[in-house]
Design a protein around this ligand. Structure first.
Ligand code: MG
Ligand code: MG
Length: 252
């Protein structure tokens, strides 16, 4: 699929879809506590997306059984919500969620602490988020795509973290996954030239240990090979001639 450049009208629709998703995340964040199951979080995500007038884009995507991916501790991404997966004090949980509104997709992810967590995991979450902001310094018209991933990868690796290579960010619009693919690690090539009007989902997946991952037997859940924790931070952004607009986040 070709890389799409959105019209003014499409950008407005992308903005609205992502703003509604932001509200879903605000409500989900408040639910995170010891004792709640990932199934309850998914039930809430389904309800909240509906209340926002949207349709979950993850639900039934290639058969995925939830509206939100719930990945705990060593689970990097694509964790399946389950009734018997109960969060406990000291866990970290990554929520990856999106919706479709008026035919346009939104996509974002956050890693949250469950109660009090270890210093090392606080640091992991901080570095993952900070790497996103390092990356998007280069997300503007005239720069090249791989400058984003080079900055993300260098930021994390120089601090001793592993950067997942098997999964990448992506273009987004009328489809959840459009071209281009957006690696989070240093590439030899420059990648395509960025143009105002591109909408991209930038999503570093960062590991406390090795970058290598395994797929669990459910064929969805991606876990770190060394079973050390991982974090995820994603926003849908709009490329402009100046600073990128973060469509899925208007506040901290
Ligand atoms: Mg996502
Ligand atoms: Mg994504």
């Amino acid at each position: 699929m070709a890389v799409t450049v959105k019209t003014k009208r499409e950008i407005e629709l992308m903005r609205e879809s992502n703003h509604r998703l932001e509200k879903v995340f605000d409500a989900l964040e408040k639910m995170i506590r010891p004792g709640i199951s990932t199934w309850e979080i998914d039930q809430a995500a389904r309800r909240l997306i509906k209340e926002q007038g949207g349709v979950p884009n993850f639900l039934n995507y290639d058969g995925f059984p939830g509206a939100v991916c719930t990945s705990v501790n060593e689970e990097v991404v694509h964790g399946i919500p389950k009734r018997d997966r109960i969060l406990k004090e000291g866990d970290i949980i990554s929520l990856d969620c999106g919706l479709i509104l008026n035919g346009y997709h939104s996509d974002a992810a956050r890693t949250y602490p469950v109660g009090e967590i270890a210093e090392s995991e606080k640091k992991l979450i901080e570095v993952t988020k900070a790497s996103f902001f390092e990356g998007i310094k280069y997300a503007r018209a005239g720069h090249h795509l791989h400058e984003i991933g080079n900055a993300i990868g260098d930021y994390c690796e120089s601090r001793g973290y592993g950067v997942v290579r098997d999964l990448v960010g992506h273009g987004i619009g009328r489809e959840m996954h459009e071209d281009p693919q957006i690696p989070n690690y240093r590439m030899k090539s420059r990648g395509l030239r960025l143009v105002a009007g591109m909408t991209l989902a930038i999503e570093p997946m960062i590991c406390e240990g090795t970058w290598e991952v395994d797929w669990m037997d459910d064929n969805w859940t991606v876990v770190t090979k060394d079973r050390k924790p991982a974090a995820h931070y994603e926003n849908t952004i709009l490329i402009t001639d100046g600073e990128p607009e973060i469509l899925s986040r208007t506040h901290d």
